[in-house]
Design a protein around this ligand. Sequence first.
Ligand SMILES: Cc1cc2nc3c(=O)[nH]c(=O)nc-3n(C[C@H](O)[C@H](O)[C@H](O)COP(=O)(O)OP(=O)(O)OC[C@H]3O[C@@H](n4cnc5c(N)ncnc54)[C@H](O)[C@@H]3O)c2cc1C
Length: 368
Amino acid sequence: MERTDCIVIGAGVVGLATARALARAGRDVVILESESAPGQHTSSRNTGCIHAGMGYVPGSLKSRLALRGKALLYRFCADYGVGHRNCGKLVVATEAAQIPALHALMRKAEANGLNDLRLLDAAEVREMEPALRFAGAVLSPSSGIVDQHELMQALLGDAEAHGASLALNAPVLGGRAADDRIEIDVGGAEGITIAAKTVVNAAGLGAQAVARGIAGIRPDSVPGQVLTRGCYFVLRGRSPFSHLIYPLPEVGHGTVHVSLDVGGQLRFGPDSEPVDAIDYHVDPGRAPFFYESARRFWPDLRDGDLVPGYAGIRPKLSHGRASDNDFVIQGSEAHGVAGLINLYGIESPGLTSSLAIGEHVAALAVTG
Ligand SMILES: Cc1cc2nc3c(=O)[nH]c(=O)nc-3n(C[C@H](O)[C@H](O)[C@H](O)COP(=O)(O)OP(=O)(O)OC[C@H]3O[C@@H](n4cnc5c(N)ncnc54)[C@H](O)[C@@H]3O)c2cc1C
């Protein structure tokens, strides 16, 4: 049997950030990834938005880790040359009846410790976004975008520079608690068992399956899972917007956001559709929903200008809005296996929070 100090299961952005934090703390780390490359699932199938941290339950992990993660992420991107842009976000009321909701959002942001939101006057909005149809808008100046692929490459590079190693095509099949170690069975071409003092389960959509496969875990500690697909449609040609545009939800109408990638390409989405399995197919038949939702705030969108883009699946624990549900990060007191840390429900803002989650988990691995 092989032995190491720490195993991180999953090479998405959260596993990589955690491996980096552990390696930087002087721990020996092996990252086990079932796919043939890192970041093939949720971490490369999202909006790429650096969220400001405005709408969460005050005091929740999401609230604290998004705010801390945003600051760490901007610094990391600058230090490691990761493509990003602090382009700002407009949260938009498309009808006058929604203006009170903008004020409520500003109050919620303050309760989350975010004090830089600003209600814009109409002239300011027109100057910033001439193509936008709006009744009111709030600017979030600290929101931005990041190139997820470059981020993951940089995290992996820094983790490796501090001694971590990545094993690809290395699916975790199961494991068990054994004395002061956890034994992890790894499949692939040459199946092996590795024992480690600390194991971090950052398997994303696979986190529940990994946890259920580790003998010794209290079964009732493993939360349920609800898969919700989010699809994007991409705009042909130049973007009319330079900020992220997030319309407030409206009763009786669909809502899609505008995001930009670092190259300036605009995409609308994600929508929301419950699915039974991990299936990243984008149904071109969903186009009418995207046209109708986008024209609520951009009436000039022409027929034929949207093309199906990509899809991601939210690793949710229950139905409901991402802002109302929290991340679940469990140590042994929750599940019964010393040295094991399980991460569940790392949906949005997991990308924004990744460096802060890594920091948080590395600290737990010392104390827990
Ligand atoms: C549609 C959508 C939009 C989003 N938009 C944003 C956004 O704009 N901003 C933001 O902050 N967040 C956003 N998020 C959330 C963010 O993308 C996730 O929180 C984050 O990517 C989660 O990363 P992860 O490393 O936990 O999971 P993943 O990226 O899924 O990584 C888990 C890894 O574990 C591996 N794995 C699974 N099972 C096993 C096994 N048995 N053995 C070994 N390896 C295994 C997988 O192959 C995978 O590589 C969005 C999510 C979605 C779905």
